[in-house]
Write a protein that binds this ligand. Structure first.
Ligand code: GZL
Length: 342
């Protein structure tokens, strides 16, 4: 068994073997020119031998380009902060997130973070974290709970505002149209905060206007494949869809494939409004297939780690930190595309 400076020292008996081991250890560390220091810069301690902050993070999954960018932001920022990141990919299953949070509790991590795949069903496991004295930060997606003490802070977007921004663009784009506008809606993961709130923001604004009819709406689970599958079904059932509102770009990109395979022109026969702002969506705007993208910023890793450090140090944190985001129409897409980081 090789001992490094980070291995907790066992109590030593006063026998010769222990004394020899102690001498051997000192000699080996000295001979390696402080290799103990280099060895100490392993996962548990930093180059100065200080214990690293351990952050346990449960990610929703890897369902979209947005999620991939969010994961990279979290991982890069944890590394830059010098934290030990225990990262778990839940593959969009709540039971996997609950299991990961329980593991983090058993591992006695310093802070727990997660992006909840759905809004309900968290109280029990978050009570276990609270009992264990481990602070929790919600990232990206919020939860529905009566007990606000179960988490310390939330950082992410205002999804209702994103839905409203998408709806406002459509109202403006159709203001001269006196006829009926039939809308198909590809919803995000059922029960997730972005799906619930984007739907609310968009429909509360647009469906107040009697010209607009919601003729089809179904979840595409935020994935490209499901978005294509559901849009194909929509097109078989409805010959009169004028607009597609997609809760994220990946479903919009899948829908574009379905629309083209049906012999129709996306952006001409069917107007498309989407949310996220991934590079592929900007390229689709340059190509005239999507007309507007409401940005949803995944690059919150550095802000997350600032909050994690504050929680570890028992410093004050705001209850909610909101991301700054824009709305990009297709005429702006070519100029903005080179700036996109995800
Ligand atoms: C939004 C995020 C959503 C994205 C999707 O903050 O939770 O989940 O819009 C992703 O692309 O799958």
């Amino acid at each position: 068994m090789s001992l490094t400076a980070s291995t907790p020292a066992r109590p030593r008996t006063r026998n010769t073997a222990a004394a020899l081991l102690a001498v051997a250890l000192c000699v080996s560390l000295a001979a390696c020119g402080g290799a103990g220091k280099k060895a100490a810069a392993g996962s548990g301690t930093d180059a100065n031998g200080a214990k690293k902050l351990v952050f346990g993070f449960s990610q929703v999954g890897s369902e979209s380009g947005w999620r991939a960018a969010n994961t990279k932001s979290i991982q890069d920022a944890a590394k830059a902060a010098g934290f030990e990141l225990k990262f778990s990919d839940a593959q969009q299953k709540q039971e996997n997130q609950i299991a990961a949070i329980r593991t983090f509790i058993q591992q006695k991590v310093d802070v727990i973070g997660f992006s909840p795949v759905v809004v309900t069903g968290w109280d029990t496991v978050l009570k276990e974290a609270k009992t264990a004295g481990i602070p929790v930060i919600l990232t990206d997606r919020a939860i529905d709970t009566q007990d606000k003490s179960l988490y310390k802070t939330f950082i992410g977007s205002d999804f209702v505002k994103e839905g409203t921004s998408a709806g406002q663009w459509l109202l403006d784009a159709e203001k001269a149209n006196t006829g009926t506008v039939n809308i198909a809606e590809l919803e995000g993961t059922t029960g997730s905060a972005p799906a619930i709130d984007r739907k609310k923001g968009f429909e509360d604004l647009v469906l107040k206007d009697p010209r607009f009819k919601l003729v089809a709406d179904q979840t595409g689970d935020f994935t490209r494949a499901k978005g294509k599958e559901v849009m194909t079904a929509f097109l078989k059932a409805h010959k009169d869809i004028n607009v597609l509102f997609a809760h994220n770009d990946d479903m919009a990109m899948g829908a574009i494939q379905a629309i083209e395979e049906a012999g129709l022109k996306p952006g001409k026969d069917i107007r498309i409004v989407s949310i996220d702002g991934v590079k592929d969506a900007f390229q689709a705007m340059v190509d005239g297939k999507i007309e507007v993208v409401v940005e949803c910023n995944p690059l919150i890793g550095p802000q997350v780690m600032d909050l994690v450090r504050k929680l570890k140090d028992k410093a004050e944190v705001p209850a909610r930190v909101e991301s700054k985001e824009g709305v990009f129409t297709k005429d702006k897409a070519a100029a903005e595309l080179p700036n996109r980081q995800y």
